[in-house]
Design a protein around this ligand. Structure first.
Ligand code: ASP
Length: 450
């Protein structure tokens, strides 16, 4: 059997919901359908989850949230009427939304999660009704009924492993199960959500629980590409990549699936396929545990701007036991997560995401590094971009770094930093953000066009 998940853009209006239903009905193995809340229909539109968050925030400010509520109901009403379903559904969801809004907002996280989860819940009820209208045996199954228990970390929940035994029973359900993504319940019975984008996680958990043959993730792109199409025109599609390759690529901006969504399926040995709802006949991209690879071949080049470096130098640093720990302790105490730490004999650099490093945090950290560690120099450079070249085929392959550095040289780009060896399947380079496009274009030519 296959578990298929449809993202927000595949739920955005009646037309695309119809396409999602066609996909499910076209293959009797597609027996569990996980849905997101309706996403954006066009550029100026808002996602239903964002509208629901606005509802929660209005209530938490003590307002009546009438306008926000109307916006949510209008989205569902438009979908329901375009699908040609009876209007009792509108009354049902209006009453349900009122009940959620009337709950005690004292516990802010719990209150907000109950509202955030409503989008997926209503979408699943609507889709089940549409499938039945088409004559399919389809049933909405709630996370509560199926036993999807989550930790009580509101907005950031994790599955409680004991849920797997209950969820496994879905494999024996008759007909098509339509399941809302993104939320579950705590042991105390409260609604709680995964992090944003978490319907991918629901799908992956269900695929693992029922030991599916495939987890199909339907979205709005044909496949994952070997480089960012905004930088390299018409890049190669990636047909297959391993979970490790995906992790390395996601590090520098490749947004394939929600990170936590891959692990349950891959651990259970269920392959994942990312496909386009609007062109389901295409091969998409498969994410697998292992794959055959050709030595010397890269699978993709990921790149992202928005990093900064803190350089720390101190004479005889290499002889001072515990220096690195004390540097990192300062970052830990300031609540800053670091990405890399290349080091030399008397200096080291800490690379962080620029977003995390407010001017205030920068002042604080640099002051502490100077005063507590007696450093000679501490300086900060912003505007760094990272480029990752990734591929299982890079294991033990000779000449990969030479090919990459020659490509940088041809593009006239100075390499500010290089990290090769901590992962066998990737090489990482730091360049000035302004040099990013020409560096990626030159690397793409070197690794994919030759
Ligand atoms: N609707 C939720 C969000 O926008 C979850 C999801 O779509 O996966 O984050």
């Amino acid at each position: 059997m296959k578990v298929c998940k449809f993202g927000g853009t595949s739920m955005a209006d009646a037309k695309v919901i119809g396409q999602a239903c066609d996909i499910v009905q076209a293959d009797p193995e597609r027996r569990i359908m996980v849905v997101s809340a309706p996403g954006k229909r066009d550029g100026g539109d808002r996602k239903v989850t964002d509208l629901l968050i606005a509802c929660a925030e209005a209530r938490l400010r003590g307002e009546d949230a009438a306008a926000e509520k109307r916006a949510v109901l209008e989205r569902f009403d438009a979908i329901r009427s375009d699908l040609g379903l009876a209007d009792d559904f509108d009354r049902e969801i209006a009453a349900d939304l009122d009940a959620r809004l009337a709950a005690d907002p004292k516990h802010r996280g719990r209150f907000a999660d109950s509202l955030k989860a409503a989008g997926e819940d209503y979408a699943a009820r609507l889709v089940a009704a549409e499938l039945r209208r088409r004559g399919a045996a389809a049933r909405y199954v709630s996370p509560r009924e199926a036993g999807m228990l989550l930790s009580d970390e509101y907005g950031n929940a994790q599955l409680l492993p004991e849920s797997y035994a209950s969820l496994a029973k879905l494999a024996r359900a008759e007909g098509i199960v339509v399941f809302p993504g993104f939320f579950g319940h705590t042991r105390a019975g409260e609604v709680v959500t995964f992090p944003r984008g978490g319907s991918d996680i629901t799908g992956s958990i269900l695929a693992a629980a029922v030991q599916a043959d495939l987890y199909e993730n339907f979205t709005d792109v044909d496949s994952v590409f070997a480089a960012n199409p905004a930088i390299v025109p018409g890049p190669e599609p990636i047909r297959e990549l391993t979970y490790h390759e995906m992790r390395e690529l996601s590090y520098a901006g490749f947004n394939v699936l929600h990170e936590e969504a891959v692990i349950p399926s891959i651990r259970a040995g269920v392959p994942i396929c990312v496909k386009n709802t609007r062109r389901p006949e295409g091969p998409g991209t498969r994410i697998v545990r292992e794959r055959a690879y050709e030595a010397g071949r890269a699978v993709g080049i990921a790149s992202a701007e928005g990093f900064c470096t803190i350089f720390v130098s101190k004479y005889l640093m290499n002889r001072e036991i515990g220096f690195g720990r004390r540097v990192l302790q300062i970052f830990e105490e300031e609540g800053l997560s670091y990405e890399h730490m290349p080091s030399g004999i008397d200096n080291l650099s800490i690379i962080l995401r620029e977003q995390a490093m407010s001017p205030e945090a920068e002042r604080h950290v640099t002051k502490r590094l100077r005063s507590e560690l007696d450093t000679e120099d501490v300086s900060v450079e912003r505007g760094l971009a990272l480029i990752m070249i990734v591929g299982e085929g890079m294991r033990y392959a000779v000449g990969m770094a030479a090919r990459a550095t020659a490509a940088f040289a041809r593009a006239g780009v100075n390499i500010e930093m290089m990290n090769q060896g901590s992962s066998e399947i990737s090489m990482m380079f730091g360049v000035k953000a302004v040099d990013l496009p020409k560096a990626v274009q030159s690397l793409y030519k070197a690794f994919f066009k030759s």
